[in-house]
Design a protein. Structure first.
Length: 150
């Protein structure tokens, strides 16, 4: 009979060092439901919390957003919206301007997590310039080339 592999897990002290948060912050975020340890939640005073690698990714994003002067309340709202999507947080590119949190839904679509998913269109000006140059060159070639009778 094959034994089930235990999931890789990390203690609060390890997670604290990796993500740059204090142990008290981790406990607070767990108690308030912002980021809970998914391998083994707290089960009473003195119990050991165990975090997964995905939990660590979320916590690292959280700390990075806090470092950008975003309020914990805004981060909490953003995380709630992102979790309502069908993908893991680690699959997104997350951006902030210090006031809101955005994530890339795909290459051209940026989503504002604090405005119930309002999308922002990404326009790559360099790509548009290259497209215009290519079309102009095609038109010039078409005008210079002798017309062939049908």
């Amino acid at each position: 009979m094959a034994r089930r592999k235990k999931p890789v897990s990390f203690r609060v002290s390890e997670v604290s060092c990796v993500v740059g948060a204090t142990q008290n912050q981790l406990v607070y975020w767990d108690k308030t439901g912002l980021v809970k340890p998914s391998v083994k939640p707290a089960s009473g005073r003195g119990s050991r919390r165990l975090y997964s690698i995905e939990d660590i990714f979320e916590l690292k994003v959280l700390v990075k957003l806090l470092d950008s002067s975003l309020s914990l309340q805004r981060i909490r709202s953003s995380f709630q919206f992102i979790r309502s999507q069908s993908k893991a947080l680690s699959s997104f590119i997350v951006l902030t301007d210090g006031n809101t949190v955005y994530f890339y839904e795909d290459y051209n679509t940026l989503v504002d997590t604090l405005k119930q998913g309002q999308t922002v269109l990404r326009v790559a000006v360099q790509d548009l310039i290259a497209e215009v140059h290519a079309k102009l060159a095609d038109r010039q070639r078409a005008q210079v080339a002798p017309s062939c009778p049908d």
